[in-house]
Design a protein around this ligand. Structure first.
Ligand code: UTP
Length: 415
């Protein structure tokens, strides 16, 4: 056996991952070689640590969660709004503003065969999500006569297909040089016993490392550098799946500048206390987002003197970051959290097992963990029906149907 293979096998034994050798035993030499090459690049030490942490229940007791102050867009006076608008407009017109769309997710709940941005969610025009987002940037051009640079984060899984889709659609007639792709990192998924998984393509199953992977990926792919070269000062970072996202909002930009913060986020009031969304809060005095599962029922129902939910500011994943904050945050990885997901696999007999319930762990970093490194952020509460129409599920809540309805209502299309 080649020296290289011996080293890889020793590594597998050291980290108790040698079981995989049984699975690949019946593979062709080429397939085996492919798997071993992939194994060579795995950081087993990191994976071992991540797996060990899964069972450790979070010591929430030492984390003090408090409500965070927010500004309601509707309550800002006309004069104030105009002041923020002028400040934000200046930044945009001076070409100091960029947009990043995070499109590296797997979109497992939606189940569309392809990157989520390529999804036709049933508008009469049959425009894809990417095209709708691009229209938002084209509207900004009409207003500011500036083509805002559009950075798109893909994953290793969907990078090729995403780029091909843009090519095929002639970049939606947006200037080609203003669209910049970069790719986020991935991590192997692990089964319940902490072992590597072989997927249907006879590859080690790896998955994008969460939207929080964005910052280190921006550094690694020289996006931070590229932005600095272009003199970008403010960056909108948002998900791909909110088709009402206002990606170029001068009032939001002006407000963040005026408040002298390094980041800002948009919120919408929770539809009801039980809604399963992350909400803005303070954790040990630092701005953060708390998952619905991390607060008690009592906390989720608590109201302030005005009758408003104390933890009612849903995080819309529509955030602004100053380039200095990105520069700093991107120096270190954000912590990983484990998510329990469905993952088809090839078993030791070489059979493909299709699963119908979660069976594997995926490790993800969350973008909002970055807020905790800042002393203060601005939270701007906006109207849900004007700025939030997410496409998450195939049916029911936050589905193509609900998003389409919101989109058509907002744009006054149809009845
Ligand atoms: P979600 O957390 O809703 O995940 O992502 P998802 O991948 O779209 O869907 P599910 O959970 O598999 O059904 C919110 C946003 O963050 C991006 C997604 O593309 C979406 O825009 N994202 C998520 C990434 O860019 N990378 C990731 O690793 C995860």
């Amino acid at each position: 056996m080649e020296e290289k293979h011996k080293k890889i096998i020793d590594k597998l034994i050291k980290y108790k991952q040698e079981d995989i050798l049984k699975t690949i035993d019946k593979f062709s030499n080429e397939e085996k070689e492919n798997i071993l090459n992939q194994i060579e690049n795995i950081n087993f030490e990191q994976l071992e640590k991540l797996y060990k942490k899964i069972d450790v229940k979070k010591e929430d007791k030492c984390i003090k969660i408090e409500p965070i102050e927010y500004i309601e867009k509707e309550n800002i006076s006309i004069e104030e709004k105009e002041k923020y608008n002028q400040i934000g407009t200046k930044t945009i017109k001076e070409e100091k503003y960029a947009v990043v769309t995070m499109a590296g997710g797997q979109g497992t709940r939606l189940g569309h065969n392809g990157p989520k941005g390529t999804f036709d969610f049933g508008l009469d025009s049959h425009k894809s999500i990417f095209e709708i987002l691009c229209e938002n940037l084209k509207e900004a051009y009409e207003k500011y006569k500036i083509y805002v640079p559009w950075y798109i984060m893909t994953s290793k899984e969907n990078n090729k297909e995403t780029k091909e889709f843009f090519e095929k659609n002639n970049f939606f007639d947006y200037p080609r040089e203003k669209i910049i792709f970069f790719t986020q990192e991935q991590l192997p998924m692990l089964n319940e016993k902490g072992k590597l998984i072989i997927d249907e393509n006879k590859d080690i199953k790896q998955a994008a490392d969460g939207h929080g992977g964005i910052f280190v990926s921006m550094r690694k792919d020289n996006i931070v550098e590229d932005m600095k070269k272009r003199n970008i000062e403010w960056v909108y970072i948002g998900g791909v799946d909110n088709i009402l996202a206002k990606m170029v909002d001068s009032v939001f930009v002006g407000l963040a500048i005026e408040q002298k913060v390094l980041a800002a986020g948009k919120s919408a009031v929770k539809a009801c206390p039980e809604e399963k969304v992350g909400v803005f809060c303070k954790k040990n005095g630092k701005p953060s987002v708390v998952e619905y599962s991390e607060i008690t029922k009592e906390m989720s129902e608590e109201r302030d003197v005005n009758g408003q939910l104390k933890f009612g500011e849903s995080h819309l994943l529509c955030n602004l970051f100053n380039i200095d904050a990105i520069d700093e945050i991107s120096k270190d990885k954000l912590p990983y959290h484990a998510a329990y997901k469905k993952c088809n696999y090839i078993n030791n007999n070489g059979e493909l097992i299709i699963v119908d319930k979660p069976n594997a762990y995926k490790f993800e970093a969350f973008l909002f963990d970055a807020f905790e490194s800042l002393d203060k952020i601005t939270v701007l509460r906006v109207r849900r029906k004007e700025e939030f129409a997410p496409i998450k599920n195939a049916e029911g809540k936050d589905s193509p149907e609900t998003a389409r309805e919101l989109y058509n209502k907002f744009h006054k299309i149809g009845g």
